[in-house]
Design a protein around this ligand. Structure first.
Ligand code: AMP
Length: 395
């Protein structure tokens, strides 16, 4: 990794401003999943061990569109963080201005404070230099550990880096190591698995992966568009008609590298308790039916490809995994990937739905790496430079 990290800095006696990703799911004041909070602990604990003057944390939560929205306040995160980290954590009701200064000045030496949602100010997502300068005033050094927003150029991850020495946190470093560095020269065979709803949002990642992988296994709704491009009747299945030409040229360019399902689980409506049948890929989907999952022959075929791999990357569910009856394909692939890890393969799960599916299957601990960022992990896989990483100091 060519960027400086927290391991390169002496934080003793410094005010350390850290951009974390505490964009947690909330049900009222209750945090329903603390994964993102805990993901920042390696960095926070490392800095605290260095005896800083203060640890000042900033994050966004949700999309409040530049104004205070009480339901998107980070206030409930401060006590949760204090409890999980085993440290007192103060809270500032604003991330800049007199309130923030007062709250920061009232902290004891070595204290931790969480600032209110940076997106309560319009300057955050506009990367406004004045707003960024005000945030930067809180610290002597800046650490970016928010991988989930690394693909956005905002004030709290990119703007502040113009004012302070800026380094990567350990979470960010780990994400880069798995999603970029490891894939520059992957151990082969390298198998990628793509799923999810649409081809259109993933054209760049399909292109980039086709250039690198030995096999690209395609499932989920995305496969329907490829089938339709081959002329198969998909009836009520999710098909992107405006992506058919793109899908056709990808199929032509990829040849045998791109592996489509052998069979699909089809349903007579978009419901968990819909009537279901197995449909071979060689036959049209009957009128009134739709494909909602991959079938057992596909799970076996994908599992065989995965078992032979030394590097596996997976993004996107194999079906409508939110409905238990159509989560079978996704769970089957998750098991195959877990098995590959046990056999010594490096297995990398893109963020978002695939991470949720692996968690749902209880297999999170059996993957080499689960990314904390959906959009950011896709962009890294596409080989793009992420602004939140670019802004950090070079080694
Ligand atoms: P994405 O954000 O593109 O990764 O898509 C994830 C979503 O794709 C999930 O909500 C799945 O329910 C949905 N999905 C996966 N397979 C299908 C399918 N065969 N038909 C409709 N939706 C699907």
């Amino acid at each position: 990794m060519d960027k400086l990290t927290v391991r390169d800095v002496d934080f003793r006696g410094k005010r350390v401003l850290v951009r974390v990703d505490f964009n947690v799911p909330l049900d009222g004041d209750t945090i329903t999943d603390t994964t993102r909070i805990r993901a920042a602990f390696p960095t926070l604990r490392h800095i605290l061990r260095c005896k800083p003057q203060a640890l000042i944390l900033m994050s966004h939560l949700g999309r409040p569109n530049g104004e205070p929205v009480p339901s998107m306040s980070l206030a409930p995160v401060a006590p949760a963080l204090a409890h999980l980290l085993g440290n007192d954590v103060a809270f500032s009701p604003d991330c800049i201005g007199i309130d923030a200064e007062r709250a920061i000045n009232a902290m004891p030496t070595g204290g931790v404070i969480l600032l209110e949602n940076t997106r309560f100010h319009p300057g955050e997502t506009k990367n406004d230099p004045t707003f960024a300068a005000k945030l930067a005033q809180h610290g002597d050094v800046f650490v970016n550990d928010a991988f989930g927003t690394a693909h956005r150029a905002h004030a709290s991850n990119v703007g502040v880096a113009a004012h302070l020495p800026a380094v990567a946190g350990l979470l960010l470093q780990n994400e880069i190591n798995y999603l970029a560095t490891a894939l520059e020269d992957p151990k082969r065979p390298f198998v990628a698995i793509l799923g999810g709803a649409k081809v259109s949002g993933k054209i760049d990642v399909i292109d980039a992966l086709l250039r690198k992988v030995d096999k690209l296994l395609v499932g989920g709704g995305m496969a329907n568009t490829f089938f339709a491009a081959q002329g198969r009747e998909m009836a009520d299945s999710l098909v992107e008609t405006d992506a058919l030409d793109t899908a056709r040229s990808m199929l032509n360019a990829a040849g045998a590298k791109l592996v489509l399902p052998l069979d699909q689980r089809i349903a007579d409506s978009f419901r968990n308790d819909a009537a279901q049948q197995l449909a071979p890929a060689s036959a049209d989907v009957p009128p009134g039916w739709q494909s909602l999952d991959i079938g057992p022959a596909t799970i076996d075929n994908f599992a065989q490809e995965i078992a032979g791999a030394k590097t596996v990357v997976w993004n996107g569910p194999m079906g409508v995994f939110e409905m238990p009856n159509f989560a079978v394909g996704t769970t089957g692939v998750a098991r195959a990937v877990a098995e590959a890890t046990a056999q010594g393969a490096t297995t990398i799960i893109g963020g978002g739905d695939s991470a949720a599916a692996v968690e749902q299957a209880g297999l999170s601990a059996q993957m080499s790496h689960i990314s904390t960022g959906g959009g950011a992990s896709l962009e890294l896989l596409e080989g793009k430079a992420l602004p939140g990483i670019e802004a950090l100091a070079e080694r």
